[in-house]
Design a protein around this ligand. Structure first.
Ligand code: KIV
Ligand code: ZN
Length: 512
C-alpha cells in the first residue's frame, strides 16, 4: 500500500494573514465546511489566542466539523496553548500547533532570546500542550534558515516530549526545491527519534517556488504532510497552493507514489468560495482553478483535444469540479429547491430568517437575470444583508446619472446602525460619485488601495463582483459586493469594507 500524504489546510489561519483577507466567523465556518467536503485531513482554523474573534471561530469550527482534524496555532507559551485547547473543546479530533523561531536571525533580532532559551521554551510548550491534547504539531519558524545542528537538537527534544508532527517551514520563501528537499532529508536522517513523528513542509511563495519546494520536501525529504491554502492565499506572495500540490501528486502518482484523500471534484467550488469571500481574485491562467486552466484557444490545440483529449490535457476538468458550473435555478424555482441547492453548496445559514432573506434576494436576482449559476448563489449568500449578523452599514438603494460631457451624479440611501441616511455627490464616473456620496456622510478617512471588478459568470448579463480594499490606521480590509449593476456592486463592496474596518479587532500577528 502506498503512503498517504496528509493535507493540512491553513487558508483560515496563514491565508487569512494576507492583508485584507480577514473573514468573519460565519465566513470561516462556511469555508471549513467546504474543506471538510474536500476531505482535507487537517484544518488549521485560526490562532485562538490572537483575538476573541479567532477564538470564537476556532471553537465554532471545532464543534461543527466532524471529519477533519481541527487545529489551532499557538505561540510556545502556556497562555496561548491553554487558549487553543479551550477553543478546541468539543472537537471530534483536535490538534495544537505550537511554534517558535529557531533561526539565528529571528532568535536574536525578534525574540531576543539565546538558542538555549528557545530550546527550553520549545520543550516546555510541547510538554504543556501534551497534557491537554494528544495530537501536537511543533513548527520551527524560519526553520529552513536555521542552523541544522541546533534544529536537530530542538526537534529531537520536542519529539521526546511528545510532538507528533514536526513542521519545518520556509517562512520567508527563500528555499529552492533540491536544497529544501535535502534539508528535510538530512534532518530526518540525523534526528535519532525522527521516526516517532510525521514530518511536514510549509513553504511560502516569495520566489514562486512554494509548490515545487513542498513537493521536493515530500519526494526527496520524505515529508508526509503538506501545509497549503486554497488558491495559495497567504501573506506576501502566499503559501503553497492546495489545488496545485494535490493535483501534482494525483496526476504524477507514477512519480510520487503517494495517496491523497482529497475529493478533488470540490476543488473549484472551494477556490471560488475563498476568492468570493476574501475578494482575492484568481488569475485566469492560474493552474487548476484559473478560468483558462482548461481552455484551449489555439486552433491546433482545440483540434487535438477534439480528436483525443490526452493530446493536450493531463487532467480532466470535471475531476476538479469544473463541470459543476451549471445553471442550477431560475425564476420559477421554489424555496425548497433553493434551500436544497444551498445545502449541496455547503451553505448553512444560521436561521430560517436568513434563509428567507437569501430566498428574497434570489427572487430579486432571478427577475433580472435568466440564468442563475452556483457562483451567483454563493455571491448572494456572502452579501451581508442576508445574514442576521448585525452590521453597521447596509445598502438600501442608489440612483445615478451619467451622460457624455456631463459630470456624473449619484444619490445613495444606506443604513447606519439600522437608520436610513441619504447622501449625494458627483464624481469622475458613476462609481466614483457613489462611493464619494457614502464617504461624504461616513467620513471614515480610509484610503482606497484597490478597486477591482470581475464578471462572476463571464458574460455581460452576469453579476459584477467588486472588491474594494481600504486602509485606515494601519489596518487593511477587503470588502466584496455583487450585483448585476456594477455601480450598486461597488457601493455594496465599499459598505462591506467599512463594516470590516469597524469590526476588525486588533489581533496578535503570527509570523510567517
Ligand atoms: O511560515 C511560518 O513559519 C508559519 C508558522 C507559524 C508555522 O506560518
Ligand atoms: Zn506560514
Amino acid at each position: 500500500m502506498a503512503d498517504k500524504l496528509i493535507i493540512f489546510d491553513t487558508t483560515l489561519r496563514d491565508g487569512e494573514q494576507s492583508p485584507g483577507a480577514s473573514m468573519t466567523k460565519d465566513e470561516k465556518l462556511r469555508i471549513a465546511r467546504q474543506l471538510e467536503r474536500l476531505k482535507v485531513d487537517v484544518i488549521e482554523a485560526g490562532f485562538a489566542a490572537s483575538s476573541n474573534g479567532d477564538f470564537e471561530a476556532v471553537h465554532a469550527i471545532a464543534n461543527a466539523i466532524k471529519d477533519s482534524t481541527i487545529c489551532s496555532l499557538s505561540r510556545a507559551n502556556d497562555r496561548d496553548i491553554a487558549r487553543a485547547a479551550e477553543a478546541l473543546q468539543g472537537a471530534a479530533s483536535a490538534r495544537i500547533h505550537t511554534f517558535i523561531a529557531t533561526s539565528a536571525l529571528h532568535m536574536e533580532k525578534k525574540l531576543r532570546m539565546t538558542p538555549e532559551q528557545v530550546l527550553e521554551q520549545a520543550i516546555q510548550a510541547v510538554r504543556f500542550a501534551r497534557n491537554l491534547v494528544g495530537d501536537i504539531e511543533f513548527s520551527a519558524e524560519d526553520g529552513y534558515r536555521s542552523d541544522p545542528d541546533f534544529l536537530c537538537r530542538v526537534i529531537e527534544a520536542v519529539i521526546a516530549e511528545g510532538a507528533t508532527t514536526i513542521n519545518v517551514p520556509d517562512t520567508v520563501g527563500y528555499a529552492v526545491p533540491e536544497l529544501y528537499g535535502n534539508f528535510i532529508k538530512n534532518l530526518r536522517e540525523r534526528v535519532p527519534n525522527s521516526d516517532k513523528a510525521i514530518w511536514s513542509v510549509h513553504c511560502h511563495n516569495d520566489l514562486g517556488m512554494a509548490v515545487a519546494n513542498s513537493l521536493a520536501g515530500v519526494k526527496i525529504g520524505g515529508a508526509r504532510q503538506v501545509e497549503c491554502t486554497i488558491n495559495g492565499l497567504g501573506e506576501r506572495a502566499g503559501n503553497c497552493s492546495l489545488e496545485e500540490v494535490v493535483m501534482a501528486v494525483k496526476t504524477r502518482r507514477d512519480y510520487y507514489g503517494l495517496d491523497v484523500g482529497i475529493d478533488t471534484k470540490h476543488i473549484v467550488a472551494a477556490s471560488r468560495m475563498v476568492s468570493q469571500t476574501t475578494g482575492f481574485v484568481v488569475q485566469p491562467n492560474k493552474a487548476v482553478v484559473g478560468a483558462n486552466a482548461f481552455a484551449h484557444a489555439s486552433g491546433i490545440h482545440q483540434d487535438g483535444v477534439l480528436k483525443a483529449r490526452d493530446t493536450y490535457e493531463i487532467m480532466r476538468a470535471e475531476d476538479v469540479g469544473w463541470s459543476a458550473n451549471k445553471i442550477v435555478l431560475g425564476k420559477l424555482s421554489g424555496r425548497n429547491a433553493f434551500k436544497q441547492r444551498l445545502q449541496e453548496l455547503g451553505v448553512q445559514l444560521e436561521s430560517e430568517t436568513d434563509v428567507n432573506n437569501a430566498f428574497a434576494k434570489f427572487k430579486e436576482l432571478a427577475d433580472r437575470k435568466s440564468e442563475i449559476f452556483d457562483e451567483d448563489i454563493l455571491a448572494l449568500v456572502s452579501d451581508e444583508s442576508v445574514t442576521s449578523e448585525k452590521e453597521q452599514f447596509g445598502f438600501v438603494s442608489l440612483s445615478q446619472h451619467s451622460e457624455t460631457g456631463e459630470r456624473p451624479q449619484a444619490a445613495i440611501v444606506f443604513t447606519v446602525d439600522g437608520k436610513e441616511v441619504r447622501s449625494q455627490s458627483d464624481g469622475n464616473g458613476p462609481v466614483d460619485a457613489s462611493l464619494k456620496a457614502i464617504e461624504l456622510h461616513v467620513q471614515s478617512g480610509a484610503e482606497m488601495v484597490l478597486y477591482s471588478v470581475n464578471a462572476i459568470s463571464g458574460s455581460t448579463e452576469s453579476q459584477g463582483e467588486v472588491t474594494v480594499r481600504l486602509q485606515n490606521s494601519g489596518r487593511v480590509v477587503n470588502g466584496v459586493g455583487s450585483d448585476p449593476d456594477i455601480v450598486v456592486a461597488s457601493a455594496k463592496a465599499y459598505l462591506s469594507a467599512l463594516n470590516k474596518l469597524q469590526s476588525k479587532a486588533d489581533r496578535v500577528a503570527a509570523q510567517g
